[in-house]
Design a protein around this ligand. Structure first.
Ligand SMILES: C[S@@+](CC[C@H](N)C(=O)[O-])C[C@H]1O[C@@H](n2cnc3c(N)ncnc32)[C@H](O)[C@@H]1O
Length: 511
C-alpha cells in the first residue's frame, strides 16, 4: 500500500469506490467526484490522485493513452536535476506528478504560488487527468495553466523554457486506435520507421523549446537503441545531450517497462553525451549513423578489433513464417542419416547444446530430443545447417554460443547462426566466450534488453560486435581448440586475452 493510500480513513475501500465510479451511468462526472474526494482525503497527494486516475482508466483506454503514472520519487529525481527555468511544461501531465515536484522545489526556493501559476503548464488529452492535476497543484495553492488538449496538435505555450514529464509510450497500433494521424505527424516531425508516440513528444519538445531551454523526460530505453529511435536521435544530435540516465534495472514500473531519463538542451551540439549509470558518470559517444545505438553502459575498450560481420555471416535462425511452417516437421528421437538436431535459445548454454537434457519448447510443442529431416528445411536453411558454425542464443544475460563443427545442427527460431567466412571456427568461439564480448553487447545494445535484463541478440546487432582480428597464427588456433576442450572458463580466459592482445596492438601474443 502506498503512503498516500494509507491516508484514507479506516474503512474506506478506495478500489470499491473506483469500481463504482467506473460503473456509474455517467462515469466522467462520477470520476471527477471521486478525484475530488481523493484530493480532500489525501491533501491533494499526486500519487493517490494518479492511482485513482489509473483505476478509473483501468480498461483498454489506459493502454491507448499510455497512462502509467510515474512514481513520485522518480519524478522528483528528474526534476531535482533540471534547471526549471521560465515557463515549465509537462505536455502529458497525467495527475500532475512532475508539475507538483517542480512546484515543491520552486516553492522551497522562495517562489510564490501566485508566480508559479503563470509558469506551470500542463496538457493532457484525458479530462480526468487534467482535473486530477488541477487538484494536486491546487493543494499547493497554485492555479496552473492546465488544458485538456492533444499535445501533438496544439502549441504548448507561447514560449517554453523547460519541458518535463513522462510522455505516453504508445506503439503504432495504439496511436491508430487513439485516432492520431501518424503519417501527418511523421511528416511534420521527420520521424521514420515504427516510432513510438514518446518519440514524437521528444521531437516536439526539441522544436518547441526556446534556445537554451531544457528537456527532462522519462522515456522507453528502446529510444536509444531501436531502429525506430534513429530519427529522433538525429533530432537530439542537433542540440546537446546533457545526460542519459539508465533506470532500466530500478523497478520503477511494471517489469516489462524499462525507463531511461533523457536530459537535453537546445544548445550547441557536442559529439558526446553524458551517460549516468547508478550515479557513475561517463562520456557517451554519439554515433553519426542514425541506425547506430547509443550505449547504456560504458563501452569496453575494443581498439584493435574488427566487426564480426567482416569475419562471418550472421543470420537469424528462422523467420516467423519459417518457424510455423517447420513446426510439425520436428520429431522426437535419435537423428537418422538425413536428419539434423535442432536447437533454440532455450536449449543452448555457452559452448553447450542441451539436447536431450532440456526440452525444446517450440510454438506450443515440447520435444525432448528434437530432430528434423534436412530435406524438410528450405534450401537456404539446409545449406546453413550443413555449414560448420556457431549457434548463438537470442535471449540471454551473456552471449551464449554453441559450436557445431560438422554441420549437424539446425539453429531454429530465436537463434543467430554465425558461419565463419574468414576465420577459423574455434577462434570465433573463444572470442564470443570472452567477458568483453558480452559487456560490449550489453553496453551497446542494452537499450533493446527485455524484461529481467535479458539481451535480445539479433544478426544485425551481432555483426557489429568487435572481435580480435584473426592473425593466421597456428599456435593461437591450437590454443583456441585446446581451450574449447577444457570448457567455458578456459575459453573465456583465452578469449579475454585475445581482446587484451588486440587492444595492445600486440598482434601475436604468447599462448
Ligand atoms: C505515461 S502517462 C504520464 C502521466 C504523467 N506525466 C505522469 O508521469 O504521471 C502519459 C499521459 O499522456 C497522456 N496522453 C496520451 N496521449 C496524449 C496526447 N496526444 N497529448 C497529451 N497527452 C496525452 C495520457 O492521458 C497520460 O496521462
Amino acid at each position: 500500500m502506498s503512503a498516500c493510500r494509507a491516508r484514507y480513513p479506516a474503512g474506506v475501500d478506495i478500489d470499491r469506490l473506483i469500481a463504482e465510479a467506473r460503473r456509474a451511468a455517467e462515469p466522467e462526472p462520477a470520476g471527477r467526484a471521486l478525484l475530488d474526494a481523493v484530493a480532500a482525503e489525501t491533501g491533494g497527494c499526486p500519487v493517490a490522485l494518479g492511482e485513482a486516475l489509473e483505476g478509473l482508466r483501468a480498461d483498454d483506454s489506459r493502454r491507448g493513452r499510455g497512462l502509467w503514472v510515474t512514481p513520485l520519487a522518480l519524478a522528483e529525481a528528474v526534476v531535482a536535476a533540471a534547471p526549471l527555468d521560465g515557463v515549465i511544461v509537462d505536455p502529458s501531465c497525467g495527475a500532475g506528478v512532475f508539475l507538483v515536484a517542480a512546484a515543491r522545489r520552486l516553492l522551497a526556493g522562495g517562489a510564490t504560488a501566485e508566480s508559479l501559476g503563470a509558469r506551470l503548464v500542463g496538457l493532457d488529452t484525458d479530462p480526468l487527468a487534467v482535473h486530477a492535476a488541477g487538484l494536486a497543484l491546487g493543494a499547493l495553492g497554485i492555479s496552473a495553466q492546465l488544458r485538456c488538449a492533444d499535445a501533438t496538435a496544439t502549441p504548448w505555450a507561447p514560449e517554453v523554457h523547460t519541458v518535463i514529464g513522462n510522455p505516453p509510450w504508445v506503439d503504432s497500433e495504439g496511436m491508430v486506435r487513439a485516432g492520431l494521424d501518424r503519417a501527418a505527424l511523421a511528416a511534420r516531425l521527420g520521424l521514420r520507421g515504427n516510432w513510438d508516440l514518446s518519440a514524437a513528444f521528444v521531437a516536439l519538445a526539441a522544436s518547441t523549446l526556446a534556445p537554451g531551454g531544457h528537456l527532462a523526460f522519462v522515456l522507453p530505453n528502446k529510444i536509444v537503441a531501436a531502429p525506430w529511435g534513429g530519427s529522433v536521435r538525429a533530432v537530439l544530435r542537433q542540440g546537446r545531450v546533457e545526460a542519459v540516465e539508465d533506470h532500466t534495472q530500478r523497478g520503477w514500473f511494471a517489469a516489462s517497462v524499462q525507463p531511461i531519463v533523457l536530459r537535453w538542451s537546445r544548445s550547441a551540439p557536442r559529439d558526446h553525451g553524458v551517460l549516468e549509470v547508478g550515479g557513475e558518470r561517463s562520456r557517451m559517444p554519439l554515433p553519426e549513423r542514425l541506425t547506430d545505438p547509443w550505449p547504456l553502459r560504458p563501452v569496453p575498450d575494443t581498439r584493435g578489433c574488427v566487426a564480426l560481420g567482416s569475419l562471418a555471416r550472421c543470420t537469424d535462425g528462422a523467420t516467423v513464417s519459417e518457424a510455423y511452417a517447420l513446426r510439425d516437421a520436428l520429431r522426437d528421437g535419435e537423428p537418422g542419416p538425413g536428419d539434423v538436431r535442432v536447437a533454440n535459445s532455450g536449449t543452448i548454454d555457452p559452448l553447450t547444446f542441451l539436447w536431450g537434457q532440456r526440452e525444446l519448447r517450440y510454438l506450443g510443442r515440447r520435444i525432448a530430443r528434437p530432430v528434423i529431416d534436412r530435406e524438410a528445411l528450405p534450401p537456404r536453411r539446409r545449406e546453413q545447417a550443413a555449414a560448420p558454425k556457431l549457434i548463438v542464443a537470442s535471449m540471454t544475460r551473456v552471449l551464449e554460443a554453441a559450436v557445431d563443427s560438422d554441420g549437424s545442427w539446425y539453429g531454429a527460431k530465436s537463434t543467430v547462426v554465425v558461419v565463419p567466412t574468414a576465420v577459423p571456427l574455434p577462434w570465433l568461439a573463444v572470442c564470443l566466450c570472452a567477458p568483453t564480448a558480452s559487456e560490449w553487447y550489453r553496453a551497446v545494445w542494452g537499450g533493446l534488453a527485455l524484461q529481467g535484463g535479458h539481451l535480445r541478440v539479433g544478426s544485425r546487432q551481432l555483426e557489429a560486435l568487435p572481435v580480435p582480428p584473426w592473425t593466421g597464427d597456428e599456435a593461437a588456433l591450437e590454443a583456441a581448440a585446446a581451450a574449447l576442450g577444457q570448457g567455458v572458463e578456459a575459453a573465456a580466459r583465452l578469449g579475454e586475452r585475445l581482446y587484451v592482445a588486440a587492444r595492445a596492438g600486440a598482434g601475436g601474443a604468447r599462448w
